[in-house]
Design a protein around this ligand. Structure first.
Ligand SMILES: *Cc1c(COP(=O)(O)O)cnc(C)c1O
Length: 221
């Protein structure tokens, strides 16, 4: 199937999952994850009407998106990979949304850059719901403190994001993220990927991040 056929199929599956869900979010947006995808593939998705894209690496996004963003002013770019503090300036300049705030030092750097540039992407806090030592994200028990910290700094915090451990049943992770978001009055939940986005929709996902089901499988790095 082509990229545009894949997109149509996924949008239909999101709509069906929303109908079957007991409490779907008011809206579920599709973030097309375009890491490792060349410009031609991204253009095919744009031609099909897709406007929200997710990238893992600041440098790769810088190489692909500035020109596309000026050509398509309504293109919305999300950073979904870990952010180093030494890349904050570039990330704030390029991304519309950063989904991976996970520590106070990064909140400090984002606030400093916001003060300097008068610009700040909307932010999600990444929660390491599986408490995996190698994975980015704040631990669930530390989420409340980081949420409070970001709010003290007047950062535009809009939601929570998680990546459940590979091979785990994702449902309890999605349920935990939903619970945390409700407890803290956050409206957006970024959860669900190619293999489990329909399940995430049932738990109230406002953003699903889908890569390989749109663009095909990625080369192993
Ligand atoms: C790569 C990636 C995705 C998309 O994964 P697929 O399984 O290809 O849909 C989603 N979220 C994050 C954080 C990713 O790194």
């Amino acid at each position: 199937m082509s990229i545009s056929e894949n997109l149509a199929d996924i949008l239909a599956r999101i709509a069906a999952a929303r109908k079957a869900a007991i409490a779907p979010a008011p809206e579920t947006k599709l973030v097309a994850v375009s890491k490792t995808v060349a410009e031609a593939g991204i253009r095919e998705a744009l031609a099909a009407g897709q406007r929200i894209f997710g990238e893992n690496r600041v440098q790769e996004a810088q190489a692909k998106f500035p020109a596309l963003k000026s050509e398509f002013p309504d293109l919305e770019l999300h950073l979904i990979g870990p952010l180093q503090t030494n890349k904050v300036r570039e990330a704030v300049a390029l991304f519309d949304v950063i989904q991976t705030l996970d520590r106070e030092r990064l909140a400090d750097a984002l606030a400093a850059e916001r003060d300097k540039s008068s610009r700040c992407p909307r932010l999600f806090i990444q929660v390491n719901t599986g408490e995996e030592p190698q994975k980015a994200g704040v631990l669930p028990r530390d989420a409340a403190a980081l949420i409070a910290y970001a709010r003290e700094k007047n950062l535009p915090l809009v939601g929570l994001m998680c990546i459940p451990p590979a091979g785990d049943d994702a449902a309890p992770h999605f349920a935990l993220l939903l619970k945390l978001a409700r407890e803290h009055g956050l409206d957006n939940l970024s959860m669900g990927m190619s293999g489990d986005f329909e399940l995430a929709v049932k738990f109230g996902a406002t953003h699903v991040r889908v890569g390989s089901a749109i663009f095909g499988s990625r080369p192993q790095i």
